[in-house]
Design a protein around this ligand. Structure first.
Ligand SMILES: C[S@@+](CC[C@H](N)C(=O)[O-])C[C@H]1O[C@@H](n2cnc3c(N)ncnc32)[C@H](O)[C@@H]1O
Length: 270
């Protein structure tokens, strides 16, 4: 790929998703786009770019972003966060509160929001009490959102989930002859899925949220995009609301707005 083509693709990706590709990602981008070029019958990146920026290229930008983004996720990923959240929810609901609102900001294929839903469903079971709980789950990619909507996973994906919880939270289904596991309806119904571009605030939600999970996505953003996103998260969190970020993401420079409670767990300062 020519350096000038790489610069242009980088700019399009940044404008549309806020994702910053470093100077060393040229090879990676070239490999990931090679299939798209073949499928569409383009013989060079230049031709592909011309199509992307044309009026017919709008949908292809979406497809390109699908090829560029990383969707790696898992149930109970960075599991200490879910123990922390559960303790917080026990405390809130112990004071008589019934309403719980959580925003899962980069939900990918659903393992993260359904982990949150499982934590809440298991809490309701332990308390023997129904909570007014909702988990808003958003992502830029319609492809991963469609998978999240199915809520159907392979047995190996369920490995981090204790056996007893699996039995309560998943039901076996057969799809194309393959045995899969679907999150039970009771738990699925706590989750609402929607497309949202984190790089394009302001967001339509009003909040207030008790907790925001925005994990393993800010690493792809530069300071400007990250800053606008954190302002928006701060606005949408209720007082004392919690922000969970990925273990490799810190909130350096945001001490005036967020107080650190535990590794990669922050509380809004009002
Ligand atoms: C590595 S996954 C993280 C999934 C999950 N939060 C976790 O920690 O397991 C990153 C997700 O961020 C999404 N993403 C990337 N850029 C985004 C943007 N501008 N707005 C919303 N989601 C975005 C990707 O589609 C992908 O699903």
């Amino acid at each position: 790929m020519l350096a000038s083509d790489y610069q242009e693709l980088r700019r399009i990706i940044y404008d549309r998703s806020g994702i910053t590709l470093g100077d060393n990602k040229q090879q990676m981008l070239s490999c990931r786009l090679a299939r798209r070029l073949r499928e569409l019958g383009f013989s060079s990146e230049r031709e592909y770019i011309q199509f992307l920026v044309s009026s017919e290229g709008e949908q292809e930008v979406e497809a390109m972003l699908e090829a560029v983004t990383t969707n790696v996720t898992s149930f109970f990923r960075e599991s200490a966060h879910f123990d922390h959240l559960r303790e917080q929810l026990e405390s809130i609901t112990g004071k008589g509160r019934n309403r719980v609102r959580i925003w899962c900001a980069a939900a990918s294929t659903g393992q993260e929001p359904y982990t949150l839903a499982i934590v809440i469903d298991e809490l309701m079971r332990a308390l023997n009490r129904k909570l007014d709980a909702r988990i808003l789950s958003t992502d830029l990619s319609t492809e991963v959102l469609a998978q999240a909507y199915e809520a159907t996973y392979q047995e190996k994906d369920l490995a981090p989930i204790p056996q007893q919880i699996r039995a309560r939270q998943f039901e076996p289904v057969v799809s194309n002859g393959e045995k899969l596991f679907r999150v039970v309806e009771r738990t699925r119904s706590l989750v609402t899925l929607a497309r949202l571009n984190l790089a394009k605030p302001p967001f339509p939600m009003k909040g207030p949220f008790d907790a925001v999970f925005c994990r393993n996505v800010m690493i792809y953003f530069d300071d400007a995009v990250r800053g606008r996103l954190l302002e928006e998260i701060h606005r949408l969190l209720g007082s004392d609301g919690l922000l969970y970020v990925g273990h490799s993401e810190g909130l350096t420079g945001w001490d005036h707005k967020f107080e650190r409670l535990a590794p990669s767990v922050y509380r809004k300062i009002t």
